[in-house]
Design a protein around this ligand. Structure first.
Ligand code: RP5
Length: 165
């Protein structure tokens, strides 16, 4: 199976990445995690992207905050699908990173998930890999059913919880 590459701009982005790695572990998808910055370690970020396809990766996830150029910089150096996670920063609540990540020029796409949404980044990466992997597609379908059942259980219990309060 192809690996998923996860790059974060700083180790301060780790709480967001943990949401992604938890899902990849649950779905038994191999992954590798790195700290590379578009600004602080641009050469390492570039090399990783240039070599990613040859190194067995199928999808890349890039998470960064503030002036979040990481996903775009990775996408500029590979034709693998790149998913960007804008991370919430201390000043503009992640809107800075969201716009920096999503507003890519035509020709260099970055599939951008919501602010801090590591879970959706992992799920989308798995969905992309599942196009060529029937077993992963089955695990995704099973997870979707379980997630639906969990919400239905909340529906069944909500009236009782209102009574408790
Ligand atoms: C970005 O700047 C990183 O992705 C992180 O979200 C933000 C702050 O980084 P640190 O100053 O915490 O290392 O490049």
């Amino acid at each position: 199976m192809k690996k998923i590459g996860i790059i974060m701009g700083s180790d301060s982005d780790l709480p967001v990445i943990r949401k992604a790695t938890a899902i990849l572990k649950e779905l038994q998808v191999p992954f590798e995690v790195h700290v590379f910055s578009a600004h602080r370690t641009p050469e390492q970020a570039r090399s990783f992207a240039l070599e990613a396809r040859a190194n067995g990766f199928g999808v890349l996830i890039a998470a960064a905050g503030m002036a979040a150029h990481l996903a775009g910089a990775i996408a500029a150096n590979t034709t693998l699908p790149v998913i960007g996670i804008p991370c919430k920063g201390p000043v503009l609540d992640g809107m800075d990173a969201l716009l920096s990540t999503v507003q890519m020029p035509s020709g260099i796409p970055v599939a951008t998930v919501g602010i801090n949404n590591g879970a959706n980044a992992a799920l989308l990466a798995c969905e992309i890999l599942s196009v060529a992997d029937a077993e992963l597609a089955e695990r995704l379908a099973t997870k979707r059913q379980a997630d639906t059942a969990a919400v239905l259980a909340k529906d069944a219990g909500i009236a009782g919880r209102l009574e408790e309060a």
